[in-house]
Design a protein around this ligand. Structure first.
Ligand SMILES: *Cc1c(COP(=O)(O)O)cnc(C)c1O
Length: 398
């Protein structure tokens, strides 16, 4: 059998090597010229004035929540269908993530459920643009305005996504965080960027990422509690090179998604990622399908692996992760839409360098595996996919 097809892989070329090597040789490895350059170019690309580079998307979410004044005992409404970092960041400040169910089409936090869940301790909303599909920000902004709540956007999966009004995700005047882990649309290995609404918030972010130092760095005064959430100039050099090719990388992702959707549309019972609607435009981050109801998703992963294709359950429901269950007493059945999607979700190999031939291999393998699993005698049992809230099935962690 030929090489297994991996889930993800960054794009790296001569330009990345050139800029990284130049920065290495310059000796300016931190707080140097590449940091400012990366921030400025990123801000311009998004269409905002203020951006602060940080060591990870998680660090960016943490600083964003602090900048909004989150305190112990506060409640922040957020999505249970996300990477765990968006909920963890709320816990870092002693606040509590309150999960509402998701919109069944987009898999994003449901704005109506969110509005209904606002209570006396609610201080903010943290929507996630999951899988690069824009969250319904106008609706969240109405709820926030009506109840005096802050908004922090988790845009870690959505660089390049576009709202119906033509603004890019992150450019609506809210604090928004992007992530540059190696599988993201733009990668610096580890890293993130926070877009801030004004100079004062940006100054606070700049300071808190750098041990609470005064922003001009002119004197060694640390006038507030800070962290080491800096992004090195070596990573920023990578970021500058990646920004130059961002449009090409996004186009390559969109093209591959189109290939998958075309080929997989004939597979019975398979649910494909939602198409763009109402003027919103997805930036393709992952290609996640829902296996047909009643099909054992984890058996599908095994079947794909046996055929040389990597895949992953993506994403597990956060409220059913062991830590969240134990700490908050969450139980299956609380958030049925999220749980159903989580139990069926399967991420396929997806990255700009994936070849047409590899896409074809993945499609063929998946069609075979699903056909085989459908013929299993127990395939019709409704609990087989954990779809029934009473089944007690817990989606496996990644
Ligand atoms: C990648 C990601 C993050 C941040 O991850 P880091 O590894 O800390 O950069 C946060 N939220 C979501 C939804 C993500 O996909």
């Amino acid at each position: 059998m030929s090489e297994p097809i991996p889930l993800a892989g960054p794009v790296v070329g001569a330009r990345e090597e050139e800029l990284v090597l130049e920065t290495l040789r310059s000796g300016r490895w931190s707080l140097g010229p590449r940091l400012r350059e990366f921030e400025e170019r990123f801000a311009r690309r998004i269409g905002v004035e203020h951006a602060t580079a940080v060591s990870s998307g998680t660090a960016g979410l943490h600083l964003s929540l602090r900048a909004c004044g989150v305190e112990a005992g506060d409640e922040v409404i957020t999505s249970p269908f996300s990477f765990v970092a968006s909920a963890n960041a709320v816990l870092y400040e002693g606040a509590r993530p309150v999960f509402c169910d998701i919109d069944r089409r987009t898999f994003n936090l449901d704005p109506e459920a969110t509005a209904a869940a606002v209570g006396p301790r609610t201080t903010g909303v943290l929507p996630v643009h999951i899988f690069g599909y824009p969250a319904d920000m106008p609706a969240f902004e109405r709820t926030a305005a009506a109840s005096g709540l802050f908004i922090v956007e988790d845009a870690c999966e959505a660089l390049g996504a576009e709202h119906a009004d033509g603004s890019l995700v992150g450019a609506r005047g809210n604090l928004a965080t992007f992530g540059f882990y190696a599988n993201k649309q733009l990668a610096t290995g580890e890293g993130g960027m926070v877009v801030a609404p004004d100079a004062a918030v940006r100054a606070r972010l700049d300071s808190e990422r750098n041990q609470g130092r005064a922003p001009d760095m002119g004197w060694l005064d640390h006038d507030r509690l800070g962290f080491n959430y800096r992004l090195s100039d070596i990573a920023c050099a990578l970021g500058v090179a990646q920004l130059e090719r961002l449009d090409d990388m996004l186009a390559a992702r969109a093209r591959i998604a189109g290939l998958y959707s075309g080929a997989l549309s004939v597979v019975e019972g398979l649910e494909l990622p939602c198409a763009d609607a109402d003027g919103d435009r997805r930036s393709w981050f992952v290609y996640v399908v829902l296996v047909p109801p009643g099909v054992d998703r984890d058996a599908a992963i095994e079947g794909l692996r046996a055929r040389g294709v990597d895949s992953k359950p993506y994403l597990p429901a956060i409220h059913l992760l062991s830590f969240y269950r134990e700490r908050f007493g969450h139980r299956p059945g609380e958030l049925p839409e999220c749980e159903e999607v989580s139990a069926r979700a399967l991420a396929l190999p997806f990255f700009p360098a994936l070849s047409d031939g590899q896409v074809e291999r993945v499609v063929t393998a998946l069609a075979e595996v699903l056909e085989e699993l459908r013929r299993r005698p127990d395939a019709a049992r409704p609990s087989a996919a954990g779809a029934s809230p009473a089944s007690g099935a817990v989606p496996p962690q990644p």
